[in-house]
Design a protein. Sequence first.
Length: 232
Amino acid sequence: MSSTLVLQPHNGRPYLGATPDPAAATRDAMAAAKSGALPLVEIFYSLQGEGLRTGQATVFVRFAGCNLACEFCDTDFRVQRLGTPEEIADEIASLAPDCRWVCFTGGEPTIQDLQALSDLLHARGYHLQMETNGTRPQPGWGIDHVTVSPKQPQGGRLDSWYEANAAEFKYVVDDDADLARALDGARGHGRMTFLQPNALNKDAVALCIEAVKAHPALFRLSLQTHKFLDIR
Ligand code: SF4
């Protein structure tokens, strides 16, 4: 099964390429984790395409499963294989011997226990980024760069730890209601905040640009550069 993320609206939503049955995929991921290994979708080497670290070479470790099932999700987070922390760390080193950044993504990485993997990667000199929906209590893995993409409309309540500690917030914006939530959020937590037009939709891009111009102290624009560059 390919895990390439291609945005193709299907009757508007959901997107092709998304997990067919998110609840079942997450149950499978949690069951697989009981083996002691971590349930993985993929590990790949690319450039970070979004947010503050845009353009920086990064090894992405995509974990299976998510505690939410957003209608706009474009990620297939079904388990593809398992890996121990040692196996994952060795694969990262083999894929990109000189790269020092690793990004945990998903799905939702905080539903797994990544303490041992985080410790091992830190011991090997890596910096760790994690992309999370911010709904679960902060796991205390010493992540160096936490990126939160809040999903309140999709039922995700933001854990307050992130409001004080996240390196950046990234709000996916489709319409005025999304923008209003981003405005509320940014005014509340005061952290670095990106507006990211959903699926590079032209109207959403225009809405985000106007919002960044109207609120220059609050917002920056984040484009999914990897998608229009057609890289991973
Ligand atoms: S939180 Fe992220 S990975 Fe999970 S369903 Fe929503 S968009 Fe997909």
